[in-house]
Design a protein around this ligand. Sequence first.
Ligand code: NDP
Ligand code: 2IT
Length: 449
Amino acid sequence: MNQSATQYDRFMEGLVRRNPGEPEFHQAVGEVAHTLLPFIDEHPEYREASILERMTEPDRVVIFRVCWEDDQGNIRTNRAWRVQFNNAIGPYKGGMRFHPSVTLSVLKFLGFEQCFKNALTTLPMGGGKGGSNFNPKGKSDREVMRFCQSLMVELHRHIGEHTDVPAGDIGVGSREISYMFGQYKRLENRFTGMLTGKGLAFGGSLVRTEATGYGAVYFMQNMLERRGDSCEGKTAIVSGSGNVALYCMEKLEQLGGYSVTASDSGGFVYDPDGIRGEKLEWLKRLKEERRGRIHEYAEEFGCEYHQGKRPWGVKADLAFPCATQNEISGDDAQALAQAGTFALAEGANMPTQPDAVEVLRREGILFAPGKAANAGGVAVSGLEQSQNALRISWPREEVDKRLQKIMAEIHAQCVHWGEAPDGSVDYLKGANLGGFVKVADAMLAYGVV
Ligand code: NDP
Ligand code: 2IT
């Protein structure tokens, strides 16, 4: 075993001991530590200042009870968290997730990843994440409203435009953001940009809804262009059918490609003619307005529905996992390679399991990690903050132009830090090092804090 491997084991042993029962957090830190420890070895200033040890300990975590009343008059109780991970380079920034699978471990993994992602955007944003084990599925609008209002009664004390700026994530879209914003305004008697993803009538930014999906495709386009290729004429597997997946499919179509799959937690649809044009518009209405299920797409358009299955292994050039963490196993990655998929960009956070990342590496598949590829969402959130601070709204073209530029800059940072002598790029290494150096240098400058 070489020195770095021993160092890695020692580092991870300590992390696991300090954070028992948090497998997702261990996984996210482990993936970063793999590439960072050898780098830190070569830069003793980071090691001597224990930067990685400090970066893996959140600044603080707020945990609170959320009580609300359902439509039948029953009193319901959920747990909510806000993980304020690191504000070395700007106010905490990151989404809120409402899903029954949310735990402290999940939010710590997401908050940790967010620190690197936000640093890569080139904007002054620290990392944070929050959420609740509340399940919005099947709840009435009024139930969701009462939950969001109750949550904000506690959360409002901990956030603000200069301290911590939440946004959406799984289960938190424009409806939930609006209810939370309305309640904050009422509690604080202040109209301010302390949330992003707001409605266009009250301080939201054009292109924020589309930004994560669009950004993932822009990143893919950057990777392909570096190899003299493009998205034109490419087929893709997309998982999920939520905010990120829908606008990933839309941008793909605009760039001359198309997706042949979409999924939700029930299964996936396979439409070899492409989920595009009128069919994509129909899917958007199904998911954004009617909150329907993906099997309805197969019924409407007469294509295959695979209940309880994930789409990996369907024949396509590109892959965009856009649903949730750990949705691609090692076997799935093998199936992807066998089906001829040659590039994958993570729209979701940590959708690819560590052994699957190894398979992709071995098979020579281009791999863009989420902290680079899905940073478009938080980047436009940052632009929403800028517009709020300036009290203006930029036109759609302006925001989209800035988003494209940011995605190109993130790609360039990955190449800078991840390029091998043979010209190939390890995007995971590039994203980890690029994000780390910016945050670490700020922490070094502050001394021991
Ligand atoms: P949405 O809630 O809009 O959509 C989530 C989609 O993923 C749905 O189709 C959902 O299906 C599916 N899904 C969620 N959990 C599971 C699960 N456990 N198993 C199978 N399918 C699941 O969320 P987003 O599109 O906003 O988020 C998707 C991913 O992108 C997440 O990883 C998120 O962290 C990441 N992300 C989001 C950003 C944003 O701006 N929104 C920015 C950057 C990353 P169902 O409806 O059946 O649950
Ligand atoms: O994972 C993410 O980057 C998000 N959910 C978006 C965060 C944000 O603040 O816009």
